[in-house]
Every structure is written in C-alpha cells, then in structure tokens.
Ligand binder design. Structure first.
Ligand code: ADP
Length: 263
C-alpha cells in the first residue's frame, strides 16, 4: 500500500485526529513487474543473435575467411541469426502495435474456410518436408464479419506451431464449422502436446515450454500472444485442449456478426 497521512486540526490548531489514505498499489506493482520482465526478455532475446553475429564476423575477419568450408558455415550462421533478429523485431513491432490499439481492424464480410484454404495451401510445403499430413475440412456456412488479413495471421501462427511441435509423419487437421451465429475454427495436431499447467502460460509474451526447441525452429515466443490479441479484437473465445505426447487442439469460436457500433 501507498500510505498518505495528514493531521486533523481544530480551530485552535490542536491536533484532533489523523486522516490516513491507503492506496492499494498491488495492481500497479504487478504491471510494473510485467513491464520490467518484458524489457529484460526483449534485451536477452536480442542479445543472443547479436553476440553470435558479432562473434562469427570477428572470427571470419581473424582468418577463418581463408578456409572455404568455415567461411560458408559461419556465413550461414550469420544469415540465420540475422533472420532470427528480423522475425523477432517484426513480431515485437506487430505485438506492440496491437497492444497499443494502433492497429485497425478492417472489417469485411469474409468466408473463413476460404482463408483457411489459402493458409493451408501456403503451409503445405513446410508440412510435407516433415511428412506431416495437413488437411482442411469444413461444414456449414463460415461467412462472417472479420478482418481477412488478421484472420490469416491467426491461422498462420496456429498452424505453423502445429507443424513445429508435431514430429515427422504426424497429422494436422484444420476444421472450419459454420453454425447458426458462430464460426468455429479447430486445429488439431498429433504433436508433443502441452502440459496442463503450461496451457494458460503459452499466451504470455516470450513464454515457451521448451526454449531451445522453439528457438531452433525459429520461434520467437510471441506468436500466441499475437493470436490472443487478434482473437480478442474479433470477440472470439480461445480454448486449448492438450495431452502430452498425444497432441493439441486449439479451438477459436468467432461470432458471425459484430456489434453495430464498430462499423
Ligand atoms: P513460439 O514462437 O515459441 O512457437 P508461440 O507464442 O507461438 O511461440 O507459442 C508459445 C509456446 O507454446 C511454444 O514455445 C510451445 O512451447 C507451445 N506450443 C504452441 N503451440 C503448440 C502446439 N501445437 N503443440 C505443442 N506446443 C505448442
């Protein structure tokens, strides 16, 4: 608590009592901690690739450049780490835009299954290099009010994760179901799963169940934080069901119609 105190004086100036104001700052402290953690996380995430880029460039300049094999190997690392920095900065900017509500939802009438089809087609190559069977099924009418670009982002992030966290020869099924007043999107994988108590945490910025694994696969730990914000902007609910070693299902339920005032 923040405490402010002031004496209460009578007409002659004698102290008659005391006024105390107690101000609950628990929430404020919590927010401050979240902000500090965030800055620490960002700094750490940026520092790692930069250290590596700097180190390998120095080694190249120190003579490794003359050996063809080393040269190629080190340059590849430098390129990979630069790409990592690039996607980190891209995700960070994206997240900060979304969190500061600078982003506009461009509402349109859209059909979710069409967007899902585009994304599945786009990610099919990536899935097949791991021999993962990525399929799309649909039922009902999935026409709804939404932002097609944002919806694409949601789908890319969730399906990309499913590919990353599913071992070779697995299966990923994307299901789009149009109901009376809602459209349901389900992405089910036969991947490594998420432990029950980790499930709520995966939507936190930079939270990763397995840091090394995620990093190796190009993950930034920001994808699901972005998904959560974009889903909220569409007034959608998110539900995650998972069993370790068996797989995970992400379910998003979108209202077909948004409230009038946003149009
Ligand atoms: P990342 O860039 O690390 O994938 P995300 O925010 O997209 O970050 O996801 C956070 C974490 O949630 C991941 O690091 C991973 O541990 C876990 N996760 C996300 N999707 C899945 C999935 N389909 N199966 C298992 N774990 C997952």
């Amino acid at each position: 608590y923040d405490v402010y105190g002031a004496p209460v004086l009578d007409a002659s100036g004698k102290i008659r009592g005391m006024t105390l104001v107690l101000h609950d700052i628990t929430e404020q402290k919590k927010l401050e901690q979240v902000r500090k953690d965030f800055v620490a996380n960002v700094s750490h995430e940026l520092k790692t690739p930069i250290t590596s880029i700097k180190g390998f460039s120095e080694t190249l300049l120190d003579g490794a450049m003359d050996e063809e094999k080393l040269r190629e190997k080190f340059l590849k690392i430098i390129l990979k780490e630069s790409e990592r920095l690039q996607s980190l900065i891209h995700d960070l900017l994206e997240l900060s835009k979304i969190e500061r509500s600078y982003f506009q939802v461009h509402w349109a009438e859209m059909t979710l299954v069409q967007i899902a089809d585009e994304v599945v087609t786009m990610l099919n190559d990536k899935a097949s290099t791991k021999e993962i069977n990525l399929t799309l099924a649909s039922s009902g009418d999935s026409t709804m009010q939404g932002d097609p670009e944002r919806m694409k982002q949601i789908l890319i992030n969730i399906i990309n994760n499913a590919i990353t966290y599913t071992p070779a020869s697995g299966k990923i099924e994307v299901m789009v179901k149009g109901n009376q007043s809602t459209v349901e999107l389900k992405v089910t994988d036969t991947g490594i799963g998420i432990e029950e108590n980790e499930i709520p945490r995966v939507f936190e910025r930079f939270y990763r169940v397995d840091r090394a694994r995620s990093r190796n696969s190009g993950g930034t730990g920001l994808g699901l934080a972005i998904v959560k914000h974009l889903a909220e902007a569409h007034h959608a609910s998110i539900h995650v069901q998972s069993k370790q070693g068996e797989g995970t299902t992400f379910t998003l339920v979108f209202p077909k119609e948004q409230i009038d005032e946003i149009f």
